[in-house]
Design a protein around this ligand. Structure first.
Ligand code: ATP
Length: 235
């Protein structure tokens, strides 16, 4: 074939490490995320997932190592192509979903005409005029994802996207993540739930106490033949 198939790397980390005094939160993490994947960072509480996402978003600095977004060192331009949900955004309870997204759009300097698009993706367009306080937990989470999707990012970073939701909310959020990925977005999500990563993700990196145990395709790593147990003390 005359065409060489190249897989586009969305993210590459090279030996990222982070310590807090004596505590090594992240030890020499090297991972690669391909375009179009739903990449799960799987590990128990305290394994370094949030630390990793925070470094990748420039919220905290790494002690050593480096990373590249879209094949280049991080920049303001690359940051614009990344939507993130690290903690639940503060929505105004008495304002409508639409009004809340207008505020978010202003902060992100995204035009208002993107709001209809993101509300439709998360299936809240019909409820756009309802006050936020009338929303179920699942709807609130979907609105948070809508907010992260403002500006049409190429990558979505999610930290424990189903934490604290009821079964319906969990199911809706997982379906939404897969739907968003089908539109061509790359998703990087942290989760302590093996079952969640198995159901939602295409690729996985398993972290334990800041160390990468294994990285690869979910079907190869979490398949029937190679069972890996991930334990956590207080879930
Ligand atoms: P969780 O799901 O509980 O957030 P996690 O896998 O995301 O777990 P991190 O939050 O990345 O884990 O934490 C990794 C380690 O770093 C933990 O031992 C944590 O206590 C420690 N840590 C995180 N932030 C700080 C901080 N600001 N100061 C000191 N230690 C910290």
């Amino acid at each position: 074939f005359p065409f060489k198939q190249t897989i586009m790397m969305i993210l590459k980390t090279m030996g990222l490490s982070k310590d807090y005094g004596k505590l090594v939160a992240l030890n020499n993490l090297s991972i690669q995320v391909e375009k179009g994947s739903i990449y799960g960072l799987l590990g128990p509480n305290g394994s370094g997932k949030t630390t990793t996402l925070s470094i990748l978003l420039d919220v905290i600095p790494a002690n050593s190592g480096a990373y590249e977004w879209f094949g280049k060192p991080p920049s303001h331009k690359s940051r614009k192509k990344i939507g993130a949900l690290l903690e639940t955004p503060n929505f105004y309870h008495y304002l409508s979903a639409e009004r809340n997204l207008k505020i978010a759009a202003e902060i992100k300097e995204v035009p208002y005409n993107d709001i209809e698009r993101v509300l439709k993706i998360v299936e809240l367009y019909d409820r756009r005029k309802s006050p936020f306080k009338t929303f179920s937990l699942g709807m609130r989470q979907r609105l948070s994802i809508a907010s992260a999707l403002l500006g049409n990012p190429e990558v979505l970073l999610l930290d424990e996207p189903t934490n604290g939701l009821d079964p319906q909310g969990i199911s809706d959020t997982r379906t939404l993540i897969k739907r968003v990925a089908q539109k061509g977005l790359t998703i990087i999500m942290a989760s302590h739930l093996l079952d969640e990563v198995e159901k939602v993700c295409t690729d996985v990196a398993i972290l334990k106490a800041g160390n990468l145990l294994v990285e690869g395709k979910v079907e190869n790593i979490l398949g029937e033949e190679h069972r890996i147990e991930v334990q956590s003390e207080n879930l």
